[in-house]
Ligand binder design. Structure first.
Ligand code: GDP
Length: 364
């Protein structure tokens, strides 16, 4: 599973959000496996209403969703890149993530002290982004020095140029994910696990009264996200953690009072957005035993998609019998789909599409 690291200044609601992610995943998906490996790591099911539809259609005994991993990375403060506040360790944790969930405080509260004294989301975002940029800068310098020591030959010139270009961009305050690197330059940068190269989802954390409409703070965050090629969602960590402790009926009532729709807000949306941000897609397998969602990178070919289920499926791949989710639902059953010739037979070069329902044929 791909990992998303939760970052943000202290007291912005990271832990509350992380715990709500975990609690809701249990409550919402009662029979879904779910686990916490370490206290700050949570494997969260990706909500997908299509699963239930397919389960009904095929009378599947059980449903297995697909998952994303979230890591609560506490302690990122100004000065982290210089090792303050255990900074280096936290930055190393971020480095291992595939994407960043950046929580920004967009709620006012007398009781909860803001580390810097006032609610100012753009300043907060800048503090974190500066730390990430400084860490990248140091990382690149280290690499350049190492190359110099090993006496760079002509083969490494291109690499040095790519690194210098990245350094110069950081120097002007540019985040690396906003630089138009060539694919060759990217290939040199990717192994360094640079922090500002990672995709970012901003979570504008609000109090319940702002959940339906957002507020001036969330507007700032959304504008910033657009400028930075990032995504953004409004969440209320507090509302989510309260929802987790309510019965289904109470939840409906609470959401009605707040004036929001479950699928349109908060954690459901957040997890889906993260999934998209990571360039992930879902295909399904579905039968009487189980209906299951599988995660692939956009552009994955059928044999590799099959390999997720079992390596034998990839090795012995013959063909994929495929129908889109929409077509399957429209026709109403697999039997009818077969009768009407709607199930396609696809070969090795087929690129699996979002929402495909697939049955793999393979040699053992
Ligand atoms: P972290 O340091 O970023 O992990 O922040 P926490 O999750 O520990 O939250 C800090 C405090 O803010 C806690 O007392 C939370 O209950 C509170 N808090 C979190 N989200 C919200 C929110 O949306 N509204 C309000 N009013 N308080 C919140």
């Amino acid at each position: 599973t791909l990992k998303s690291g939760i970052v943000g200044l202290p007291n912005v609601g990271k832990s509350t959000l992380f715990n709500a992610l975990l609690q809701n995943s249990v409550a919402q998906c009662a029979n879904f496996p779910f686990c916490t490996i370490e206290p700050n790591v949570g494997i969260v099911p990706v909500p997908d209403p299509r699963l239930e539809v397919l389960q009904k259609l095929n009378h599947s005994e059980k449903v297995i969703p697909t998952f994303l991993e979230f890591i609560d990375i506490a302690g990122l403060v100004a000065g982290a890149s210089k090792g303050e506040g255990l900074g280096n360790r936290f930055l190393a944790n971020v480095r291992e993530c595939d994407a960043i969930l950046h929580v920004v405080r967009c709620f006012e509260s007398e009781d909860i002290v803001h580390v810097i004294g006032s609610v100012d989301p753009l300043r907060d975002v800048d503090i974190i982004n500066t730390e990430l940029s400084l860490a990248d800068f140091a990382q690149i310098e280290k690499k350049l020095e190492r190359m110099k020591r090993n006496r760079a030959d002509s083969k490494t010139t291109l690499e040095v140029e790519a690194l210098e270009r990245a350094k110069a961009a950081l120097d002007t305050g540019c985040l690396l994910r906003n630089v138009n690197f060539t694919s060759q330059e990217k290939a040199f940068l990717v192994p360094l696990q640079l922090l500002t190269l990672k995709p970012v989802l901003y979570a504008a954390n609000v109090s319940e009264e702002s959940l339906a409409t957002g507020n001036p703070f969330t507007q700032l965050v959304f504008r910033r996200a657009r400028e930075e090629n990032a995504s953004a969602v409004v969440v209320s960590a507090q509302v989510e953690s309260e929802l987790a402790s309510l019965s289904e009926q109470e939840k409906v009532e609470y959401l009605r009072i707040l004036g929001v729709q479950r699928e349109r807000i908060g954690l459901c949306l957040l997890v889906r957005e993260m999934y998209t941000l990571l360039g992930l897609e879902t295909y399904f397998t579905s039968g009487p035993k189980e209906t299951r969602a599988w995660t692939i990178k956009k552009g994955t070919k059928a044999p590799q998609a099959a390999g997720l289920i079992h390596s034998d499926f990839e090795r012995g791949f013959i063909r994929a019998e495929t129908i889109s989710y929409d077509q399957m639902v429209a026709v109403g059953s697999e039997k009818k789909a077969r009768e009407q010739g709607l199930i396609r037979s696809e070969g090795k070069e087929y690129i699996v599409e979002e929402g495909d329902i697939v049955h793999f044929r393979f040699n053992v």
